[in-house]
Design a protein around this ligand. Structure first.
Ligand code: BG6
Length: 510
């Protein structure tokens, strides 16, 4: 479908996320856009830059942050710069929003943005409420009820639209998420709200759905009768870089588990939706979260492990520990690693443990879902014969070597009946022969098209915070001594191994 023209108003336009990620993505989007002349980007920001100052700033960022093999040429960059406009204001300044209104109306007339708007909040979370309420107060949150083409000449009347994109973190616990949902819901309708989780824009995350529901061989096995357990790992080799202020309050649980892991988990475990409409898919995803019970303090003590990295070696380089990172409290007890066991209490998943691991400064960057199948009901081969064979495992490699791998047993050639494991492996890049598109580009394009399937609905956010709150509340009572150290470059504290080994299982490292 051809996207409508629109103006994207970027809040936090001079900040790190906008400069590093959002603007390069928009530059690519405009470059690949079928109607490049009809999309404008408006920065709403405090610094006195003006259109020219902002254009120069963005051009510099494009040079700095666009990957070498993905850079736009000068002509494309200049064409992008012409789409950039600046509205100088503080976030709490009523007149600023009136100036924004005038600028947007001018762009409708002069640039043909058609009254369609996206407000993109790439701002620190404590400013969100102020911005949302100010947009409402200025009459900017709802579309003008005018037609674009006019009906007098026989053309069909077309209403303009207004969408809002919010970046994570969406709240810091259930209560704050509910409060934020209430504020945003008092100004925008739910179908105008696009809560981003960039993992949902990754091709390989969407491929979980294709694998499960476009292939008849998966679904009959996808349940507690055949699956022994599931592991989800989101491992990062990076530390916290320059994000101490944010990370100190988030930790691994709020930075990764509450959002990215819960999204991967719900796609992996949901029932088949009736169709691909945004609400059908999200109805199924939220049912998975609802089936995860609030953990009791005893369950939290038994099923979770927190860790924090200490100094160590990564790729032969010495790296500092978390407490030595710039801006981190030297006595910090923030979790940079967590392991967790969850159960989904429904017919499909009864008694199937879902093990989750995530952490910074782990040996490599890798996100995977590993589904381990049960052993055959009756073993014909002797213990010795199968000693070299691993259980059947299906591994969905979300990143970086995107692909899928199935581990099966096979007889080794020769007179003996010895079995071994072989991997049936496919890499998406090799099979399709193209680089996978950027997650943000897909999500912003979907928001322009008005497709919210890959965005997080209000109830999903609240359900995931309910689960996370039960863990963090118990951790607070357990005290800081249960944050175990692990050396950078290792797979987390020993306690995480004990968590899974107690169940007679082991972590499968990517
Ligand atoms: C972000 C987290 O949401 O996801 C970061 O805030 C993390 O801490 C990042 O590094 C990981 O994203 P990706 O796409 O590199 O896996």
């Amino acid at each position: 479908r051809k996207p409508d023209p629109c103006a994207i108003v970027l809040f936090g336009a001079t900040g790190d996320l906008a400069q590093r990620k959002i603007l390069p993505t928009l530059a690519h989007l405009i470059h690949d856009h079928p109607q490049p002349e009809t999309m404008c980007i408006v920065a709403f920001a405090r610094r006195p830059l003006g259109d020219d100052g902002w254009r120069s700033m963005v051009l510099e960022s494009l040079d700095k942050y666009m990957p070498e093999d993905d850079k736009l040429d000068d002509e494309a960059k200049q064409a992008f710069a012409k789409r950039l406009f600046y509205c100088q204001s503080n976030f709490d300044e009523d007149e600023g929003y009136q100036r924004l209104k005038q600028l947007l109306e001018k762009l409708d007339k002069e640039q043909g943005t058609g009254g369609n708007r996206i407000y993109y909040l790439a701002t620190p979370p404590d400013t969100d409420v102020e911005i949302i309420q100010s947009l409402g107060k200025a009459g900017l949150a709802q579309p003008e009820q005018t037609s674009q083409n006019g009906s007098s000449n026989g053309q069909q009347e077309k209403k303009s639209w207004v969408h809002i994109i919010t970046e994570k973190p969406f709240g810091h616990d259930l209560e704050s998420a509910k409060a934020l949902n209430k504020v945003i819901g008092s100004v925008f309708h739910e179908d105008q709200i696009y809560r981003i989780d960039h993992y949902m824009g990754k091709e390989t995350v969407q491929n979980i759905v294709a694998l499960r529901f476009a292939n008849s061989i998966m679904e009959p096995l996808w349940n507690q009768k055949y699956i022994d357990h599931i592991q989800i790992v989101v491992a990062e080799s990076l530390g916290i870089e320059s994000r101490a202020e944010y990370y100190e309050h988030a930790g691994a649980i709020k930075d990764i588990v509450q959002n990215h892991v819960m999204q991967i988990l719900s796609l992996t475990c949901m029932e088949a939706p009736a169709d691909f409409s945004p609400n059908d898919i999200r109805d199924e995803k939220v049912k998975v979260l609802r089936a995860i019970c609030t953990l009791t303090p005893d369950e939290v003590a038994e099923r979770t492990v927190r860790g924090q990295y200490t100094a160590g070696t990564m790729d032969g380089q010495q790296v500092p520990g978390y407490k030595q990172e710039k801006g981190v409290d030297p006595n910090s007890k923030t979790d940079t690693f967590m392991a967790l066991k969850l159960y989904i209490e429904n017919w499909r998943w009864a008694d199937v443990p879902i093990y989750i691991r995530t952490g910074k400064r782990l040996p490599k960057r890798s996100t995977e879902v590993m589904v381990q199948f049960k052993r055959v009901p009756h073993q014909l081969y002797s213990k010795d014969e199968i000693s070299g064979m691993k259980p059947n495992r299906l591994i969905l490699r979300i990143q970086p070597e995107e692909g899928i791998s199935l581990c099966i047993g096979a007889k080794k050639p020769g007179a003996a009946n010895d079995l071994s494991s072989i991997d049936l492996d496919a890499s998406y890049k090799t099979v399709f022969g193209i680089e996978l598109p950027d997650a943000y580009e897909r999500l912003i394009a979907d928001c322009i098209l008005g497709d919210s399937t890959l965005f997080i609905r209000r109830d999903e956010i609240e359900e995931s915070w309910r689960i996370i709150d039960s863990i963090t509340n118990a951790w607070t009572k357990m005290g800081p001594e249960t944050v175990y150290p692990y050396a950078a470059g290792t797979w987390g504290p020993e306690e995480a191994n004990k968590l899974i080994e107690r169940d007679g299982r082991e972590w499968v490292n990517p």
